[in-house]
Design a protein around this ligand. Structure first.
Ligand SMILES: Nc1ncnc2c1ncn2[C@@H]1O[C@H](COP(=O)(O)OP(=O)(O)OP(=O)(O)O)[C@@H](O)[C@H]1O
Length: 206
């Protein structure tokens, strides 16, 4: 399923950060978002995922087709790895977690309380959740932070398999994440200051 961004502008904390961003990611393709700290990679992904409003522009398809993998893994500490994945699968109307456990080498940790996982292990559970959503468009924010070389390779394989199944991925990263894909540098799209009155803006003092 293709992901289409048309002339998008996004704000953060009432301040415009990016404008004029367009991209078309065809079925089976990925696009890497690059740019310096603070340019707006996270804000753009959040807006595409429907977690914050777009200042301008449109996104296709609707957010029901998207799975968002954020910085904060959002794992439930008092549940086991398997319980976390089952919970997430239930939310998305799926039930099979075995493939996700295996893809991220989590079989041996399935019964482990999430609170006791290392940072990289938690990140692997966060990424495994993408698989159980069954959604075709993955929006990933710095997905390989905390991952060692072997886990980064597992991530690369999971994305490759997702793309081969007809998925799409938009990935923000400023480190190599093992994905061979075109890169969109966001630096040229830095927004010029503008008046956000009427958009919930507050002069930038959020
Ligand atoms: N809650 C907030 N309130 C106000 N400003 C914010 C808030 N969150 C982020 N910002 C600002 O919005 C801008 C864009 O931030 P964003 O996190 O989207 O950038 P990024 O490109 O993902 O950065 P990084 O590479 O550091 O993760 C930055 O200048 C940041 O300081």
């Amino acid at each position: 399923m293709a992901l289409i961004l048309r002339d998008i502008a996004v704000a953060r904390g009432g301040v415009p950060v990016l404008e004029g961003v367009s991209a078309r990611i065809e079925t089976g393709q990925a696009l890497i978002l690059r740019g310096p700290n603070g340019i707006g990679k996270t804000s753009l992904l959040r807006a595409v995922a429907g977690l914050q409003p777009l200042l301008e522009g449109t996104v296709e398809p609707d957010t029901g087709q998207m799975a968002y993998g954020a910085h904060a893994d959002g794992i439930k500490a008092q549940m086991s790895v398997a319980e976390n994945l089952r919970f997430w699968a239930g939310l998305h109307g799926t039930s099979d977690i075995d493939a996700a456990l295996t893809a991220f080498s989590l079989d041996g940790l399935a019964g482990r309380l999430a609170a006791t996982l290392s940072a990289g292990q938690k990140r692997r559970v966060g990424l495994a959740r993408l698989l159980v959503t069954g959604r075709p468009i993955w929006l990933l924010d710095e997905p390989t932070v905390s991952l060692d070389t072997a886990s980064t390779a597992l991530f690369g394989q999971a994305v490759d398999a997702h793309l081969r199944r007809g998925g799409t991925a938009l990935i923000a990263t400023h480190v190599g994440c093992g994905i061979d894909a075109p890169v969109l540098d966001l630096a040229p799209y830095k927004a010029k200051p503008r008046d956000l009155a009427g958009f919930g803006g507050n002069g930038g003092f959020a």
